[in-house]
Every structure is written in C-alpha cells, then in structure tokens.
Ligand binder design. Structure first.
Ligand SMILES: Nc1ncnc2c1ncn2[C@@H]1O[C@H](COP(=O)(O)OP(=O)(O)OP(=O)(O)O)[C@@H](O)[C@H]1O
Ligand SMILES: [Mg+2]
Length: 345
C-alpha cells in the first residue's frame, strides 16, 4: 500500500471572472481549487470531504481530464499527465475513470444499458473487439449485481441504486486502476447507499482498484476510506489515516465538522461539544489572506492573516509521527477530541 499511483502537487483551477458582454474584461477569478496536494496509493481509498463549493468536483474533473488545471501537476505512476497529449494521454485516461454523483442525469436516456456501458469501447476498441462487446457488457452487468438479460433496457427502467450500478459498470469497462467517485451515493436513498458502498468495496478487492472517494459528509467516508482529506475553500486543510482524523483531529475546521456528525449513541451525544462556526464560507472569488479559515476560526491570531499555513509540517514540529502521522494546515494545530472515539464508527 506504499506505492503511489496518483500524486497531486499544488493543483490549481481558477475560473476567470469577467464583466461586460461585448468586450469581456477579466475582473477577478473564482479560485475553485487553490493549491491541493495529496497522494493516492495503490489499492487504497482516499476520502475527500468538504462542504458544497469547496472544490471537490473540480479536483475530480482535473484528474479525469474533464478540466485543465491552471497550475500544478498530476502524476500517474510518476508521469505528469497534465503535460501529455494524443496517444499517451489517451492511454493514461483509460486507467483513471470517474463515477458520477447523479445516476439520473449522467446516463443518456436514449441509449440502452448495453450501449451506455459499452460506449468507452468506441474510444478504446483494443480493449473489446466488436464481436466480444456484448459478452463483455453482460459480464460487467453481472459483476455489479444486475441481470445480464437487462442489456437492452433503458435507464428509466431501473431504480436509482441500479442506475448507479450501471454507472459503475461503465466506469469499470476499460479495466481502470483508479476510480474517482464523486459523491457516488449522495443522490440515493439511505437504504440503498450502503448497498452501493458495499459493491464498491467488493469491486476494489476484486479488481485491485484505488479509489478517490468524494463526499460531503464525514460519516459516509469513514466506512470506506483508509485515509481522509478535509477540504476548505479550495485547499486540503487536514489529511491522514482515518482513525487519526476521526479520533484525533488537529485542524479547527475538521474539529468543527466532526462536532456536527450525527452520533447515534445518546450518551456520547451528551458528552460531545458542538462547535458552531462564526459566519459563512467566504466566496472563492475573495479568499482571505494567510489562513483561509481564519475568518471563522476561534483560534485565529495576527499570524494567521499573514502566513499561509502549509499542510506538510517539518517532522520536528509534528504532533504525531510514525505511522499515525497526519498533516494539518494550521499554525496552532493541536489535538482536540470532539466526539468520543467509537461514536462515529
Ligand atoms: N465552470 C465554472 N466556472 C466558474 N466557476 C465554477 C465553475 N465550476 C465550478 N465553479 C465554482 O468553483 C467552486 C467549486 O465548485 P465545485 O463544483 O468543485 O465544488 P464541490 O465541492 O464539488 O461542491 P458540491 O459539494 O456542491 O458538489 C464553486 O464556487 C463553483 O461555483
Ligand atoms: Mg461537487
């Protein structure tokens, strides 16, 4: 699990903000992603969580080449894919596939399930020669727990959970190594969420997949992630092994998010501290200087407005080292137990 498969460095996506209809003038930028670093290791699941608008989907889109980064690098097995084009890019893209949030809008209603799942073979015919396709698609249906006889049906003939299975089958068609799942269960009923998560879990071991699993909610990623990264306003503010993040969070934002996670056990609920943050998330067109979280942070001091806290701290300043190490982009990072351990499990 130590071999990196994706290394994201200083990734930035700024959308120009323009004014005027005829003569467009750039008046600023939406800093959707503003310097994101993380490594995804072979076979692991890295969960990325954060509130709406913090840049999660934009990161996902850059990883699968649906958006071009403004700056930064995305290395796949050591090679920077943002610099590739043509054949080389096509072959890398095959290995990094995306599963989308909304199975209602991401499947073309006029195509049969067989055509939807088999469509990636049009771009990569080498994976499935024409004569093999039907069989391949039926195998994929079977793998995701759908009846292979449904191959000629249309998306509207399936339930939400089944549609997400179709989306997953399509994501698997080219036998990728990495799956970027952008809130794959958010649009589904709670009762169906667990089934789809279990399916993803099983497919991971069956096909030796590495997952980047995006979610709003810390409670969903806990069950599937080996590590978790917390995003705030275009950056990762804390990242580490899941037990570290849940039981020993050191960034005030993570602590606040955890304090809002529903806790089923009434006793644990009673003993926890609810952290209510001041104000709203600032606009990504107007990011605070220094630490971007400082405008809502109860610990903020002058230094926080002047110096950007880096995510990776030098080893001598680490609060925890060794296998439990995790990084926190805060000048005043310290452990604070928000929810008694076990309560979020
Ligand atoms: N094409 C675009 N042009 C301008 N701004 C954009 C564009 N796409 C996204 N944004 C802005 O970038 C920011 C990040 O958007 P993104 O969709 O990545 O957030 P998210 O974390 O996925 O949110 P959600 O949880 O709601 O899906 C938002 O402020 C969004 O409005
Ligand atoms: Mg999103």
């Amino acid at each position: 699990m130590v071999e990196p498969i994706l290394e994201v460095g200083r990734l930035v996506k700024h959308y120009p903000l323009t004014r005027g209809i005829l003569f467009k003038k750039q008046v600023g930028a939406v800093k959707a992603v503003d310097g994101v670093d993380f490594t995804l290791h072979k076979g692991e699941t890295l969960g990325i969580v954060g509130e709406s608008g913090c840049g999660k989907s934009t990161v996902a889109k850059m990883l699968v080449n649906l958006e071009r980064p403004t700056e930064g690098s995305i290395k796949y097995k050591g090679e920077d894919i943002t610099k590739l084009s043509g054949k080389a890019l096509k072959s890398v893209r095959r290995n990094i596939q995306m599963v989308f949030q909304d199975p209602y809008t991401s499947l073309n209603p006029r195509m049969t399930v067989g055509d939807i799942i088999g469509e990636p073979y049009d771009i990569h015919p080498e994976v499935a020669p024409k004569g093999d396709r039907r069989k391949k698609v039926q195998d994929l249906l079977d793998v995701v727990g759908l009846n292979p006889e449904y191959i000629n049906r249309y998306p509207h003939q399936f339930s939400g959970g089944q549609r997400q299975r179709i989306g997953i089958a399509r994501g698997l068609a080219l036998r990728p190594e990495v799956i970027v799942a952008d809130e794959p269960v958010s649009a589904l009923d709670v009762s169906v969420q667990a089934q789809v998560i279990n399916l993803l879990d099983r497919l991971q071991s069956e096909f030796e997949l590495s997952y980047l699993f995006i979610a709003h909610d810390l409670s969903i990623v806990r069950h599937i992630s080996d590590r978790v990264g917390v995003m705030y306003l275009g950056r990762i503010v804390e990242i580490g092994r899941d037990a570290e993040i849940y039981d020993h969070p050191t960034h005030p934002y993570t602590q606040a998010l955890l304090s809002a996670v529903p806790v089923p056990d009434p006793e644990a609920r009673e003993h926890r501290e609810r952290i209510i943050l001041a104000g709203d998330v600032p606009s990504p067109t107007n990011v605070p200087s220094g630490c971007r979280f400082r405008t809502r942070c109860w610990k903020a001091q002058e230094r926080c407005a002047l110096e950007v806290p880096e995510l990776a701290v030098p080893a001598e300043f680490r609060l925890v080292s060794g296998p439990a190490a995790h990084d926190s982009a805060c000048h005043f990072a310290e452990e604070k137990q928000v929810v008694p351990p076990e309560a979020t499990r």
